[in-house]
Write a protein that binds this ligand. Sequence first.
Ligand code: GLN
Length: 539
Amino acid sequence: MRTKYVVVLGSLLSGLGKGIVTSSITKILSFYGYNAMPMKFDGYLNYDCGTMNPFRHGEVFVLDDKSEVDMDFGNYERFLGRDITGDFSLTGGKIFSTIISRERRGDFLGNDVQFIPHVTDYVINKIEETSKNHDLDVMIIEVGGTVGDIESSYFIEAMRQLALRHETVFVDLTYVPKLDVVGEQKTKPTQLAIRSIMQSGITPNFIICRSADQLDEDVKTKIANFANIPRENVFDDHDLGSIYELPYHLMLQGFDKKLLGSLGLQRSKFGRKKYNAWSKRVERVSHRWSKSIIVSIVGKYTNLHDAYISLKESLVHAAAEEGVNLSIRWVESEELENAGAGKIVSLLGGSNGLIVPGGFGSRGIEGMIKAIEYSRTNGIPYLGLCLGMQLMSVEFARNVCGMKGANSTEFNRNTRYKIIRLMDDQKTIKYKGGTMRLGLWPAKIKHGTASYRAYGKGLVYERHRHRYEFNNAYRGRLEKAGLKISATTPNNMLVEMVEWKESFGIGTQAHPELRSKLEAPSPLFISFIRAAEAHGALA
Ligand code: GLN
C-alpha cells in the first residue's frame, strides 16, 4: 500500500499537547490494524536535543539507537508500545547540515541552493524514504511549534507540496480560551489562526480544539464555518483526567471513522482485543483506588515538570499496574542543601518512596545527597536513576564507609575519593554532541538481589545517557561495607546497578523511565511502587 499522510499542525501557542494528539491519532490507526508511525519535525537549528537544557526545553529523550530526541518521542512510545528509531526525528539542524554538506560536495553545481525547491524537496524525499524503509501504511507528521513561526515556514510549504503527491490529511490543533468575565468560549484567535494556515495554501481537514471545558456546540459551528469544513470535523479535546484518555475521547466523537474515511482506509480490520487491552489500562490510570502513596522526586529541574516527564509517566504506569493512587511531591534539591533536620522532615517526611532522577551540573547535588541519606536511614524505599545511582554510591561512601568528601569528579575534580569519574575514552572528547554513553546497553544482574527480583531475569537492556561511571577502584571497599553491586555490563567492566541491603534502595546507571510504556510498565518501577506501598500506603 502506498503510504498516506496525516499532518498535525498547531496554531496559536505551543504546549497544547500536539504530541498527545499525534500519539492518539497514531494509536487509533493502529487499533484498525494499520502500520502507522509518527514523524516529528522541529524547526530549531540544533542537530538534535542532546545539547539542550531540560529546564528550557523539557526532557531529552533517548532512543535505543542512541538518538537524543524531543520529549514527544516519549509520548509516542508510551502510547504505541513500540520502540522508535532516530530517523523519525527531523530537525532544522539535520536538514541544513545535510543540504550544506551536499552543496560542498558539489551536488548542486551551477545552481543557487534555495528553500524551494531544494530544501522542500529534501524534506519530502526524507519523509518518503522513511515511510518506505518502515513499510508504513500511514505516517503522522507532527510539525513542531505553531504555524507562522519562521523556523517551520519552509517545512509547512513542503507539507503543502506533499499533499500534491500523496493522499494527505491536515489536522490543526488550536486553543479555545474562555474569558472568566463573560464566561464564553472565544473563537476569534482560532479564526485568525486558520486564516494564517490558509495563507500557506493549506486547508485543515480536521480541527481539534483544546479548551478547559467541553466545547460548546455553537462554537464548533462557528469554527467550522470559518475553516470551510463540516461541523462534524471539529473535535473537542478539553482537559481530561489523563492524557491516555484522548484516543477514546476522539473515537467517541467519531474521529476514527472520519479520519479513515478521508484517507480512504477500511474499517474492517479493527482489532477489538487490542483496543480492549488498551482501554483496560487507561481505566486503571483514571480509577480511584483504595490505597494511596506519596513519592518524592528530589531534583534540580522540579519547577519544570516536563523535564521529568518520562519519570512521571513511568510512575503513573506502575501505580496503575499495582492499583494504587499516586501523588508526586516535587522537591527542589537546592532547598535541602542548607536545611536542618526539621526542614528535611518537613520537605521529605511522609514520603512512601523517594527518587533522585538524572541530571547534570553541580547545582543542588548536596541536597540530593541529603535526601538519599534521609531515605537510607529512615528505610524509605529509594530509586536512583543515573545521577541518582551515582549519588547513592557517593552518599554510601561518605556516610557508611567514612570517606569524607567522597564525590563524583563532575562536581569536585580534586576529591580524594573519586567514587564516580570519567572513563578514559571520555576524557579526550572535544565535541559535546552525541558523545555520551548513549542508547541501549545490556546489564547482567546477580541472582538473589532486589534488582534481579525486580526484573525477574539476569540480562536486561536499558537506555543510557551519561558520561561518568562508577569507579571500579572502589567496588571492593563499598561492597565490603554493604553496598551491593547488583549488576554490571556483561564484561564486568562497568557498574550498572547498586543496592542497599537493609531496606529497598536500588540505583541504576540507566534510565529505565525511558522504556516504560502504558501497556508495559518498567519492572523496576513496579518493584519500587510495591516497596513504597509496603512502606505504609495510606488507606
Ligand atoms: N551527570 C551525570 C553523568 O554525566 C549523570 C547523567 C544523568 O543523570 N543522565 O554521568
